[in-house]
Design a protein around this ligand. Sequence first.
Ligand SMILES: Cc1ncc(COP(=O)(O)O)c(C=O)c1O
Length: 420
Amino acid sequence: MGQGVLTGPFPRVGGTVHCGEVSAEDLAERFGTPLYVYDLAWIRGRVALFHAAFAGVDHLLAYSVKANGNLSILRELHALGCGADITSGGELFRAIRAGMSPDRIVFAGVGKTWEEIEAALDHGILAFNVESRAELERIAEVARGLGVRARFGVRVNPDVLAPTPHRYTATGHAATKFGVPWTETRELYAWALEQEHLAPVGIDVHIGSQIVDPDPYVRALDRVLELAGELRQMGVGLEYLDIGGGFGISYDDGPGLDIALLASRVVPRVAEAGLRLLLEPGRSLVGDAGVLLTRVQYLKRSEEKTFVIVDGGMSELIRPSHYGGYHEIQLVTSPEGRKAQTVDVVGPICETGDFLALDRTMEMPAAGDLLAVRTSGAYGFAMASNYNGRRRPAEVLVDGRDVRLARRRETYDDLIRGEA
Ligand SMILES: Cc1ncc(COP(=O)(O)O)c(C=O)c1O
C-alpha cells in the first residue's frame, strides 16, 4: 500500500513529491513529460469510503466514465464493485472492454443516437437515463425493432440551483439542456406505461458538479422521492433512484463534500422508499488521485507579468481555461531558498487562454524544474486534445512501489492515423 493512503495522495518524502512509494522525479525521468500519474491505492480508498458510507442501503457506484476513461482505471473500479455511468457509444465500448458488467451500466446524455441506443440494448445495460420525450420515443422504436424491452429512468430536472464553481457545471435548474422538466415527468411515465417495449424502472437526477454542500442533494432527493411515490401509485415498478454525481472534492484548502454526512441524510430516505440507490461519482473517486507532471521550459518576463512556460498546457489540462478550474501547482523538489513570487503558469499552445494558473503566488520555479499540477485525475486526460499538433501524454498508474504504463504517449504517427 502506498503512503498516500495514510497521509493524502502525493506526499512529499525527503523533500520530493511521491506517488505511492515512487518519486515523481523518477517517473518523469522514465516516462517523460507532460505525464499523468495516478495513485491506485488512493482510488481504492475513495471507493471504500463511498461503500462504507452508503452501506445502509442497496447501492451501486456507477462510476462516471467521462471523468477518466482509462481502461486500467475502469478495470480496477470494476474489481472494486463499481459499474459505470456512460454518455456515449465510445464510453460503452470502453466500459465493456474493461470488463464492466452491462447490467451495471447506466447511459445518460441528451443526444443519444440510434446507433448508440441499439448498441446499449444489444449489450443489455441496466438502464437509460432519459433526457427528453423525443429520446424515449426513439428508444421505444429501437427496442421494438430488436424485440426487447428497454429499461429506463427519466432524468428529472428538479429545478434546484446548486452552487457550483462555474455556471457551466450547474445542471439541475430549468435553464440547462439537461433532464425532463419537473412538471412533464408524470405524463412521460404514463405514456411509457402503455408502450410494450419500454420498462420504466428508475428515476434519476443530477444537479451539477463540484458541489460541496449536501443540502441541494437532499432538496433534489426529496422532490424526486415525492415524485417516486406518485409514480408507484400510477403503477410504475420503480427499482432504483439515481442521485447522480458531482460530489465536490478539495482543489485548494477548502473542504470537499462530506460523503459520510451526505450519506447520513440520503441513506435513510432511500432505504425507507425501498429503492436501490445509484450514485454516479466521477471526480470524487479519481480527481485527487491524479497529478499532471510538467517541466518548466523557460521563464519570461514582461513589464506586467512573469511567465513560467511549461511543457503541458490547455491541450493536456483544459479545466483552468475552460471553466476557471483551480489546480494547486507545486515544485516536485523544492530547493532551499526559493522565494515566493506571483507568476502565470502557461503552456506552449498558441492561445492567450492557454494557462494552468494565473497570478499564482508560488515558490519561484527555474527552467528545468518539474511541477506537479495537483488534483488532475478527473477531466484531465479525458479532455486532452491534439490541438496545435500535440501528442496526448502518457498515463501511469502507481500502486505502492508498482508502476504500470496505463497509456503510452502518442506518437506523431498517431496524430495522422485515419487521415487520407
Ligand atoms: C449525469 C452525470 N452524472 C455524473 C457526473 C459526474 O460528475 P462528477 O465527476 O463531478 O462526479 C456528471 C458530470 O458531468 C453527469 O453529467
